[in-house]
Design a protein around this ligand. Structure first.
Ligand SMILES: [Zn+2]
Ligand SMILES: [Zn+2]
Length: 130
């Protein structure tokens, strides 16, 4: 579900690799100031993730559908809307060493100039990770 690709900054031309999306068992967040990434496993999120699954109409993803259905049918807690779920993840992720904050909706940034504007490198490597 996640993808890592080679990109080039539109502002300073610096090349770097940007990761997007999470995997089957974790979310990928970025710092809202420097763009550094941090992954949070569903296990770390704990109960809030189960409550989020409970509120979903279908499985979170095919690979975990058995588990997700089990949670939906058996978990006794209240469902958690996506917006609140993201707030919980943001607070678990905490602060970045640069003073910024890791957030679900923050994007990768250029490590040199911190610009959010970058483009895919044509012959760049794309790597899919779980
Ligand atoms: Zn740059
Ligand atoms: Zn940071």
């Amino acid at each position: 579900m996640g993808v890592e690709m080679a990109v080039r900054c539109r502002k300073c031309g610096c090349g770097f690799s940007a990761r997007f999306g999470g995997g089957f068992i974790f979310h990928l967040l970025h710092c809202d100031t420097c763009g550094k990434d941090r992954s949070i496993s569903f296990e770390e999120i704990g109960e809030a993730h189960l409550r989020y699954l409970k509120g979903l109409k279908g499985p979170y993803c095919v690979a975990t559908s058995e588990h997700d259905r089990f949670v939906r049918e058996n978990y006794p807690g209240e469902p958690l809307p996506e917006e609140d779920y993201h707030k919980v993840i943001d607070s678990i992720a905490g602060e970045c060493g640069c003073g910024g904050h890791f957030r679900m909706d923050a994007k990768p940034r250029c490590p040199e100039c911190r610009s959010e504007e970058f483009e895919e490198v044509e012959d760049g490597m794309i790597c899919h990770y779980d």
